[in-house]
Write a protein that binds this ligand. Structure first.
Ligand code: AMP
Length: 181
């Protein structure tokens, strides 16, 4: 029988203790991405619910959301739009400030990345507090997008991100959960 995806993912996602600071367990997906079968199965699983729904765009959050989002967009024959850190996009932008653990940061999208009513799927590797994805949802909605769902490989449920995104009426889909931060 085929190994369950959750089991396979738990074997290929590397945990790095105390990175980027003491007390944090960094869930490193580079070890997943370098594993051809795990990468393929993850993308297939993330894509599956959205086949045939007429998705217009996949929005990927810099930087690991670009890798997954590009592959997902290709599979769904959708466009790809980047949600980037401040100062990286060359065209006319919309901008939003959001809270990080220490201080605030800003993210940006091109103003013409989405047409009103476009069906958009938001993608990142991991949801923790949900602050990053929430800012992206707000930007997409400001541009008139219909954010049909947000999907992530990893959920850290103790940090409450899923509920934060769902409170905006956006369903959340993840492939594996890890306890703690
Ligand atoms: P948050 O805004 O708290 O949901 O954090 C999500 C963003 O931070 C994502 O882009 C993740 O890649 C990154 N991130 C947060 N916590 C972790 C962690 N424990 N391991 C790996 N990446 C993380």
């Amino acid at each position: 029988m085929e190994e369950s995806l959750t089991k396979e993912l738990s074997n290929v996602i590397r945990a790095i203790q105390d990175y980027p600071k003491p007390g944090i367990v960094f869930r490193d997906v580079t070890t997943l991405l370098q594993d051809a079968r795990a990468f393929r199965r993850s993308v297939d699983a993330l894509v599956h619910p959205y086949i045939g729904i007429g998705l217009d765009q996949v929005a990927g959050i810099e930087a690991r959301g670009f890798i997954l989002g590009g592959a997902i967009a290709h599979q769904l024959t959708a466009g790809f739009i980047p949600v980037r850190k401040k100062g990286k996009l060359p065209g006319e932008k919309v901008n939003i400030a959001y809270s990080l653990e220490y201080g605030v940061d800003e993210m940006e999208m091109h103003r013409d990345a989405v047409s009103p009513g476009d069906k958009v799927l938001l993608v990142d590797d991991l949801i923790a507090t949900g602050g990053t994805a929430e800012a992206a949802v707000k930007l997409l909605k400001e541009l008139g997008a219909d954010v049909i769902a947000a999907c992530f490989v990893i959920d850290l449920p103790d940090l409450g991100g899923r509920k934060k995104i769902e409170s905006h009426g956006v369903p959340v889909r993840t492939l594996i959960e890890f306890e703690g931060e």
